[in-house]
Design a protein around this ligand. Structure first.
Ligand code: ACO
Length: 378
C-alpha cells in the first residue's frame, strides 16, 4: 500500500449516501433536506427545522403544534439527571457534564424497551427537549445561582435563554440565538456525526451514539472552536471603551504574530469549504445585530481585524464558530458553555443521521496499513 492510497483523516473519501444535508463547497451552499440553510434561518423556528431534519419534510401546522406541545412538556430534567450533574465538579468542562447527562438520560430507558424507528424518533425528541435544561442547569450552578425551571409559554430559544439567565431575553437576542441553533443543527459527515454513525453501525443505541458524538465535538478542531475563538478575543483583550479602529489594529497585530509563530487560529479554515463557510454570512448578520443591540463596536473591530489579517496572510476564511463565539459571549454565556450549546443544536442532525444509518446499516470498519515491526520471534 502506497502513501497516496492511504486517506489520512479520510480526507476526500465518500463513505455513504445521506439525504439529510448537502454541503456544496463549490457554491458555498448548505441544504437541509433540499432547503438552503439561510432560507430556513430567515423564516423557520428551530422546532420546525428539527422536524425537517428528522422526517425529511417541513411539518404541517398540526404536526408542529403537536411536537411543540410535547417538547414544552418534556423540558424538565429527571431527578437522577440533576443528581448526576450535581456529583460533577464545577471546574470540569461543561462538555463532560453534557456527555454525562445524555448518558444518564439514556440509562433511564429500560433494557426491555421497544426498539423501532418510532421509538428512536421519540428518543431524539426527548433529548431535544431536555438538553437545554442541562446547559442552563450547569451554567447556573457554576455561577452559584438558583435553578430556573422551564416555562411552557416560551418557545425553545426563549426558554433556553430564560432558564440560563432567569429573565426574558429581548426579541433580537432570541432571534440571534434561534439563527445560531438552525445553523449549527446539521453538517453532513463531520467528525461528530461520523462518530455517531460509526457507533450506530455496530447496532449500539442512540444515546451511546450521541454520547460518543459529544466527545468528538468537544475537540477544538471541531465544535470546541467556538469556545477557542473567545479565548483568542480574551487573549487580545476586550476593552468596552476602545474604538472599533483601535481594536481592529490590535487584533491585526495579534494575528500577524500568531501566524508568524505558525499557530493555528481557531475559527478559521474548514476541511470541506476552502472559499468560505456557507453559514458564516447568516451568523455574521446575527452577530452584527447583537453588536448593535449591546452597543459593542469594539467587538466588531476585533472580529474584522483578525479576519482581514488572516485573509491577507493566508486567504483562509472564517468558519461558523468564528461569528458564533462572540455572539454567545455578548448574550452573556460563559465561554465554556458555547460548545454545549452546539450540542443542543446538533442533537437534531446527529439523531437524523443515527436514524438514517439504522435504516440502511453496514458496519463501519475501515482497514489500516501496518507499519510496525515485521514478525519476530519471542
Ligand atoms: N489557522 C492557521 N492556519 C491554518 C488554519 C487556521 N485556522 N486552518 C488551516 N490552516 C493552514 C494549515 O496550517 C495548513 O498550512 P500548511 O499547508 O502550510 O501546513 C493549511 O492551512 C491546511 O490546513 P489543514 O489543517 O491541513 O487543513 P484541514 O482540512 O485538515 O483542516 C481544520 C481543517 C481542521 C478545520 C483547520 O482549518 C483548523 O484546524 N481550523 C481551526 C479549528 C477550527 O476552527 N475548527 C472548526 C471547524 S468548523 C466547525 O466545527 C463548525
Amino acid at each position: 500500500m502506497t502513501e497516496t492510497e492511504i486517506k489520512k483523516g479520510l480526507a476526500g473519501v465518500v463513505v455513504d449516501y445521506t439525504a439529510v444535508s448537502k454541503v456544496n463547497p463549490d457554491t458555498n451552499s448548505l441544504l437541509y433536506r433540499g432547503y438552503p440553510v439561510q432560507d430556513l434561518a430567515a423564516a423557520k423556528s428551530f422546532e420546525e427545522v428539527a422536524l425537517l431534519l428528522w422526517t425529511g419534510e417541513l411539518p404541517t401546522a398540526g404536526e408542529l403544534a403537536e411536537f411543540v406541545k410535547a417538547e414544552r412538556a418534556g423540558r424538565a430534567l429527571a431527578p437522577n439527571v440533576k443528581a448526576a450533574i450535581d456529583l460533577l465538579p464545577t471546574n470540569c468542562h461543561p462538555m463532560d457534564v453534557g456527555r454525562t447527562a445524555v448518558s444518564v438520560i439514556g440509562a433511564n430507558h429500560a433494557l426491555a424497551e421497544e426498539s423501532s424507528p418510532a421509538a428512536e424518533l421519540s428518543k431524539a425528541k426527548e433529548l431535544f427537549a431536555a438538553f437545554p435544561a442541562v446547559v442552563a442547569y450547569d451554567q447556573r450552578r457554576r455561577r452559584g445561582l438558583e435553578v430556573v425551571e422551564p416555562r411552557e409559554d416560551l418557545d425553545y430559544s426563549q426558554n433556553f435563554l430564560w432558564m440560563t439567565f432567569g429573565e426574558e431575553a429581548a426579541p433580537e437576542v432570541v432571534d440571534a440565538f434561534r439563527v445560531s441553533m438552525v445553523l449549527y443543527a446539521e453538517h453532513s459527515f463531520n467528525a461528530s456525526t461520523f462518530t455517531a454513525r460509526v457507533i450506530t453501525s455496530t447496532l449500539s443505541d442512540l444515546h451511546s451514539a450521541v454520547t460518543g458524538a459529544i466527545g468528538a465535538l468537544k475537540g477544538p478542531l471541531h465544535g470546541g472552536a467556538n469556545e477557542a475563538v473567545m479565548h483568542t478575543f480574551h487573549e487580545i483583550g476586550i476593552d468596552k471603551n476602545e474604538s472599533r479602529e483601535d481594536a481592529a489594529a490590535r487584533a491585526k497585530t495579534w494575528m500577524e504574530e500568531a501566524l508568524a509563530a505558525k499557530k493555528k487560529v481557531m475559527g478559521f479554515g474548514h476541511r470541506v469549504y476552502k472559499h468560505g463557510d456557507s453559514r458564516v454570512p447568516t451568523m455574521k448578520a446575527a452577530l452584527d445585530k447583537m453588536i448593535e443591540h449591546y452597543g459593542r463596536g469594539e467587538m466588531l473591530g476585533l472580529y474584522d481585524g483578525l479576519e482581514a489579517a488572516m485573509d491577507e496572510a493566508k486567504a483562509i476564511k472564517p468558519n461558523l464558530d468564528y461569528p458564533a463565539g462572540p455572539t454567545y459571549h455578548l448574550m452573556g454565556f460563559d465561554t465554556e458553555m458555547f460548545t454545549p450549546i452546539f450540542i443542543a443544536a446538533r442533537i437534531t442532525g446527529w439523531t437524523a443521521h443515527i436514524m438514517e444509518q439504522r435504516a440502511s446499516n453496514a458496519l463501519i470498519r475501515p482497514l489500516s496499513a501496518y507499519n510496525g515491526p515485521e514478525q519476530r520471534a519471542l
